[in-house]
Structures are given as C-alpha cells and as structure tokens.
Design a protein around this ligand. Structure first.
Ligand code: 5RP
Length: 234
C-alpha cells in the first residue's frame, strides 16, 4: 500500500506493526485493529498468509475487514470464536507507566473495545509520538453516542468538564461510525484520574462507548528512531 506515504511517522508505524505481526502464530484467533498502524500490520499478516501461515481474524472496522479480505485472510465472528488469542491495534495516546490509552480518532473505538475485551493479549503498536505522561494532553477523548438526543448528551458531557465538538468527516458531513452512531470529541485537557473519568462517562445516558482504554493493555510496541521498545503492563 502506498497510502501511508504522506505520514512522516509511517516508517516507524510500519516497524512496530511488523514486530507485532510476528506474534501471530499458526491457528490463532486474531483481533485486527484499525487505523494506519494497524493497516501495516494487516498488510504484513497478508504477506505471511500468502506464504502459508493460517489463522483466523475478527476485524475492528469495516475498513480493516475489507483490507483483510483483499489478502484472503479468513474472517470469523464472535458467534463461532468468542475468545481471541491476540488483538493488535494502534492508539492515539499511550500513558507512560499505566499503559492506559486514548483510542478512536479513527472512529472505530466501539468495536475496538469489544475486541480488546475479548482478547487474552492486547498488543498496542505505536510510534513514539504517541507516548504521553498524562492522557488527554494532546488529543480529545472520542465518545461514541446515539444520534437521538445527542445535543442533550453533549450537555451532560460538558457538565463533566469537557469542551465538546461533534466529529465531521472529510466532506464536512456528520461522521457516522460503523455502528451507525456519531462521535463527540471531548476535550478535557490532561486527565488526572482517567479511571474515574471513564466511570463518569459510562454513566451518561446516550453514551455508547468511550475511547478511554483503562487497564486493558498487555504490551505496547513502540517504534523510535533508535529502534523498537517493548513496554509491559506492570
Ligand atoms: C481508530 C484508532 C486507531 O488505532 C488510532 O486512531 C491510531 O491510528 P493510527 O495508527 O492511524 O495513528 O483508535 O479508532
């Protein structure tokens, strides 16, 4: 694929993705993440599939499903495969130490969290620009909400301290997730207690899921100019 060429971090993303793809072994059930780093991972798994590696996969977005199908990778569902051996996905921010995440700038957070929750190992692939000391420092928390009554939901999110913006697509239309919902990007600034915030957001009526991934990460593969680093949850 040549679609990542405009991204100056693309080569680092590719290196992290290839390292993670190496963790996929014969016969595994694999969660396929979404976003540009995950796309490199799916591309690499497609190459290994062509060489004869056999596994099956549950994708976290229609886009990743389409890419996997284009390589002939076997896709399955939770109905036949309720447990996933390894889920490999990108992130928008990774908090040093806790390895808690913000995900969902690509809009796939709901399926991504369902797949991560069903996985024995959740491996995150990033370049080092994604590492932060505190979540929320650079990106908003994407929150998937029902379209019905969304302005009311937005008000309740603002009451929790967020500046809320409705996600639009590249054409300026309302962004619609694979589940048919919308995303409100909630700018909190640096989040002092992300676990508490997650609980508060979960209680807001109209919220379907949030991009805060707390206590889910098994390992982070970080690509830096000086080489790859592996961070494990302590
Ligand atoms: C999509 C996501 C992505 O994993 C996240 O946005 C990272 O994307 P990229 O690898 O393109 O930087 O959470 O919902």
């Amino acid at each position: 694929m040549s679609t990542h060429n405009a991204d100056p971090r693309a080569e680092l993303k590719r290196q992290a993705a290839i390292e993670a793809a190496d963790m996929v072994k014969e016969g595994m059930v694999v969660g396929l993440g979404s976003g540009s780093t995950s796309a490199f991972m799916i591309e690499e798994l497609g190459r290994r599939w062509a060489e004869g590696l056999r596994f099956c996969a549950i994708p976290t977005s229609e886009h990743s499903a389409e890419q996997a199908r284009s390589h002939g990778i076997k896709l399955v569902t939770f109905a036949t495969h309720p447990e996933i051996d390894i889920d490999i996905d990108g992130a928008d921010e990774v908090e040093r130490g806790t390895l808690n995440l913000i995900k969902g700038l690509g809009g796939a957070l709901f399926r991504e969290k369902i797949v991560a929750a069903a996985s024995r190992r959740f491996v995150v692939v990033v370049d080092d620009s994604k590492l932060v000391d505190r979540l929320g420092a650079r990106v908003p928390v994407p929150v998937e909400v029902a379209s019905f009554g969304w302005t009311s939901t937005a008000r309740r999110l603002e009451a929790l301290g967020a500046r809320v913006t409705q996600r639009l697509d590249r054409s300026g239309n309302v962004f619609v997730t694979d589940g048919g919902n919308m995303i409100l990007d909630c700018h909190f600034g640096e989040i002092a207690d992300s676990e508490k915030l997650q609980l508060q957001l979960d209680r807001v009526v109209g919220v379907i899921e949030t991009g805060l991934f707390i206590g889910r990460t098994s390992e982070v593969i970080v690509a830096t100019a000086g080489g790859l680093q592996r961070l494990r949850a302590s």
